[in-house]
Design a protein around this ligand. Structure first.
Ligand code: AMP
Ligand code: GLY
Length: 425
């Protein structure tokens, strides 16, 4: 089989790496890929944000299956377009992807289907927002409606700051483009867990849980990023809790989408806050997480192609995945300055030595390769991922590999998984 993966980050490198392990996959293409992906797949030029570009590529290579990484292509309706042309593709339709692309849709949907989530108000003007603020206590969470690449959420310590953040979302100052709606949300406290399920529109099969580290600084301080590292271990959720999440969150969402005429096939990513009152949904994503995928796929012992095909063909079963009981840890190595401005084009050394450590895989995110040399080419550069029976060993191994790598102004958090280790003790 020929498989096309859309995207070019660390998540897509992990997808390419895992799909290549399937005995039924003969060739993997990736559009546009990155320096590391191009070592393992045939990279195709093109713009993953342009449907025309994606269709042109598909017509050239005739993939038997296309797997979509980033949400933007899904929000543009890549699944609808490919399906209309008889091309097999994995991911939700444009309408189903609204669970991620519209926070107001997601919140109203959860209310309609009794899915636990924070209290909220959807506001369409500054005046409405100021009025609604009266219903909340501080801190209050202010969210821009629409895709914002992790930059659309402000946790405001005071109502005045919440009103200012909302105003800047409406007038475009905060995100570059104005938004039509701003969602206010009750602030929730607890541990965050990324709980992903595979669905064929009716049935669901859970993936192992992971925890992301969204802030740039150690101790979860500083600006929000796309994700600075993740770990996955069974102790994040016990079997009883996993069942509860399947029965009270994943299944009702999938059934609700079907009953509303927007059948959801693909990965449903539930961003959860484990509060004292029980798990609550912070957000949905309509795709694999980045960097969670790097940590999660490191633990997958069965064939990813089989699972994805089961979802596309409508035959997902409980036993879709075989997981290792090992823990895993992915440390994101970034360019200094990220998530603000940063420099690209720095030569990276030590990749071979890091990659040849046992049970380590270096996933490339923002890299390019010229004349046999890798260079940085983005904010998040690498996802250095390790697996071991104990979480502490997986973490140590990942950092051992990270320390073999160097480039000018390289930055990484030194505390990925540290809170979990502390909790274990
Ligand atoms: P979201 O894009 O909705 O996942 O929000 C990004 C991040 O903001 C989450 O990962 C949380 O860390 C934080 N966040 C979002 N909503 C809430 C909330 N209601 N209470 C506390 N933190 C939140
Ligand atoms: N790691 C968060 C995300 O993929 O949205």
């Amino acid at each position: 089989m020929k498989v096309l993966v859309i995207g070019g980050g660390g998540r897509e490198h992990a997808l390419v790496w895992k799909l290549r392990q399937s005995p039924r996959v003969s060739q993997v293409y990736c559009l546009p890929g990155n320096g590391g992906i191009c070592e393992e797949a045939t990279c195709l030029p093109g713009d993953p944000r342009s449907l025309a570009s994606l269709l042109t590529a598909a017509h050239q290579i005739h993939p038997d299956l296309t797997v979509v990484g980033p949400e933007l292509a899904l929000s543009l309706g890549v699944v609808d377009e490919f399906t209309r042309r008889g091309l097999k593709i994995f991911g939700p339709t444009q309408r189903a992807a609204q669970l991620e692309t519209s926070k107001s849709f997601a919140k109203e949907f959860m209310q309609r289907h009794q899915v636990p989530t924070a209290h909220y108000a959807v506001c369409s003007t500054e005046e409405e927002l100021r009025k609604s603020l009266g219903l909340f206590s501080t801190p209050v969470v202010v969210k821009a409606d629409g895709l914002a690449a992790g930059k659309g959420v402000v946790i405001a310590p005071t109502k005045e700051e919440a009103a200012t953040a909302g105003a800047e979302m409406f007038n475009g100052k905060l995100l570059g483009t104005p938004v039509a709606n701003v969602v206010l949300e009750e602030f929730l406290e607890g541990e965050e867990v990324s709980f992903l399920v595979l669905s064929d529109g009716e049935r669901v099969a859970p993936l192992v849980p992971a925890q992301d580290h969204k802030r740039i600084g150690e101790g979860d301080k500083g600006a929000n990023t796309g994700g600075m590292g993740a770990y996955s271990t069974d102790s994040l959720l016990d079997a009883g809790m996993t069942d509860w999440l399947v029965n009270h969150i994943a299944r009702p969402v999938i059934a609700g989408m079907k009953s509303e005429g927007a059948e959801y096939r693909g990965i449903l990513y539930c961003g959860l806050m484990m509060t004292a009152k029980g798990p609550m949904v912070l957000e949905f994503n309509c795709r694999f997480g980045d960097p969670e995928t790097q940590a999660v796929l490191m633990r997958l012992d069965s064939d990813l192609l089989d699972a994805i095909e089961a979802a596309v063909d409508g035959r997902v079963s409980d036993g879709e995945f075989k997981w290792s009981r090992d823990a895993s840890c992915c440390v994101v190595v970034a360019s200094g300055g990220y998530p603000g401005s940063f420099m690209s084009g720095k030569q990276i050394s030590g990749l071979d030595r890091a990659d040849s450590l046992g049970n380590v895989k270096v996933f490339h995110a923002g890299t390019s390769k010229r004349d046999g040399v890798f260079y940085t080419n983005g904010g998040r550069v690498l996802g250095v991922t390790a697996r071991a029976p104990q979480l502490s060993d997986a973490i140590n191994r990942a950092y051992e590999a990270v320390r073999l790598i160097s480039f000018e102004e390289m930055y990484y958090r030194k505390d990925i998984g540290a809170r979990a280790l502390k909790a274990q003790k």
